[in-house]
Design a protein around this ligand. Structure first.
Ligand SMILES: [Zn+2]
Length: 168
């Protein structure tokens, strides 16, 4: 989102030249620049043996299951976000995070940072944000995720990663 007014003091922003970025909305009173940056969001494929953790959250997709996701909070690194979100939404403890790449959703101004992780402990105790959370066979997951294009791509990446690990 390109800011027009200062979110701190409300004055109309002016344009300030910033090297490679070009003209950036700037508040001379607060001496702050407001870059047009996306919101960072994590998505994680949690694995437990041959199963993957899937959620149902109708506000995201009506008829599909999804991978666990959440926004990065100011003050935490991305790995902390992944561990916190899994704990908050399902009560599960994970480790062995592996970065799988990123996707951008320009219309929602989101940058999705993707991981896979391993289940360590805990039983699923879902938060009220989640309607349903269960372990699903990885090979069946894609058919449950019809609307979630990015999620399906992530599951395919996970399948590739698992195959690579097995062949070693
Ligand atoms: Zn200001």
């Amino acid at each position: 989102m390109r800011f027009e007014y200062c979110p701190k003091c409300g004055r109309r922003l002016v344009e300030k030249f910033s090297w490679d970025e070009g003209g950036v909305p700037y508040c001379p009173d607060d001496d702050l620049m407001f870059f047009d940056t996306p919101k960072p969001c994590i998505v994680v494929a949690v694995l437990r043996e041959d199963k993957i953790l899937l959620l149902k959250q109708s506000y995201i997709y009506k008829n599909s299951k999804v991978l666990l996701s959440g926004y990065v909070t100011n003050g935490e690194n991305i790995e902390e976000t992944v561990i916190r979100e899994v704990k908050e939404e399902t009560g599960i403890t994970i480790d062995s995070l592996k970065y799988l790449g990123s996707d951008c959703i320009p219309e929602k101004e989101i940058l999705m940072i993707t991981f896979m992780a391993k289940y360590v402990s805990g039983e699923i105790t879902k938060s009220s944000e989640v309607e349903w959370a269960e372990w699903c066979k990885i090979c069946d997951a894609i058919s449950e995720m019809s609307e979630d294009k990015i999620g399906k791509r992530i599951v395919n990446k996970v399948l590739k990663e698992i195959k690579t690990t097995i062949s070693i």
